[in-house]
Ligand binder design. Structure first.
Ligand code: ADP
Ligand code: MG
Length: 264
């Protein structure tokens, strides 16, 4: 018979094995509430949202205008703090971090793509993509190399010296995607990334997101359009600040679905 100490070791081993078999989610939110305003003017934008997203997933969040999508996205991106509830990124409790640590986490773990591109005007595509690395304290030479690789990945190697106003909407959004992925974040968040784009540019941007997800990047995007959501592996619907539907369209560890009806 084994002495008790050995059994303790064995179960510690088992726990480690279990921990390895079930990695913590890239993103975990538990019972999020977001209440804006007070009294009669009070709005409950989120009412008890809980959600786990594992590495390699591709999640589309859908819902009518005012259902809480952007509120949720801003919390996921650490741009806003919920009224109550917990949020963990890669196992780290965001609510427990001070401003400095939060800024570092945001810089290293999250890439954000906005509907309106949000590029800095009068700065080249290359300089825009280098920016998060500048904030992250990466040296000049490595910054240049990584920004060029990211721009190449979105098919803009021949536009690196163009300013945003010399690029089409679709090209600007591809620069924004390059800027989001240049830090190799665990999580790519996109709030209506194709909302301002024509059909062809939408198809281009979705193809890039599909490729990123194919290579293991975790993506959460907001969209109004069924064609866009068809690219995701999982579709979550929000109504009045609550998740009312959570549908898996493809396995987390497989390739993203190839929509029958292409967006182009
Ligand atoms: P969606 O992105 O789905 O359109 P939002 O998250 O922007 O929805 O908004 C959810 C609800 O919260 C809406 O009723 C909206 O009016 C309200 N809301 C959003 N931001 C604020 C704010 N800063 N102050 C007060 N109310 C807000
Ligand atoms: Mg919104």
């Amino acid at each position: 018979m084994k002495p008790p100490a050995k059994r303790g070791e064995a179960s510690a081993q088992a726990r480690r094995t279990t921990a390895h078999a079930e990695p913590h989610p890239v993103l975990r939110v538990q019972d999020l509430f977001m209440i804006y305003g007070e009294g009669d003017a009070q709005v409950q934008a989120l009412r008890g949202v809980s959600l786990d997203v594992y590495q390699g997933d591709y999640v589309a969040i859908m819902g009518a205008s005012g259902s809480g999508k952007s509120t949720l996205m801003n919390i996921l991106g650490c741009l806003d703090v919920p009224t109550s509830g917990r949020y963990l990124i890669d196992g780290v409790d965001v609510g427990a971090l001070d401003e400095r640590r939060l800024a570092i986490l945001r810089n290293r773990k999250i890439g954000f793509v906005f509907q309106s591109f949000n590029l800095i005007p009068r700065m080249s595509a290359l300089a825009n993509v280098e920016l998060p690395l500048t904030y992250g304290g990466v040296g000049t030479a490595e910054r240049r190399t990584r920004a060029l690789a990211a721009l190449d990945q979105v098919g803009l190697a021949d536009r690196i010296h163009h300013d945003p106003n010399q690029l089409s909407g679709g090209q600007q959004q591809r620069v924004a995607v390059a800027r989001a992925l240049v830090t190799a974040p665990a999580l790519l968040l996109a709030d209506e990334p194709t909302g301002n784009l024509d059909t062809k540019s939408t198809a281009d941007v979705l193809e890039i997101l599909d490729q990123l997800n194919d290579s293991g990047r975790t993506i959460v995007l907001i969209t109004h359009e069924d064609d866009v959501a068809a690219h995701a592996k999982r579709v979550i619907r929000l109504v009045d600040g609550q998740i009312i539907d959570d549908l898996r369209q493809a396995p987390v560890d497989g390739p993203p679905p190839r929509p029958l009806k292409a967006a182009r």
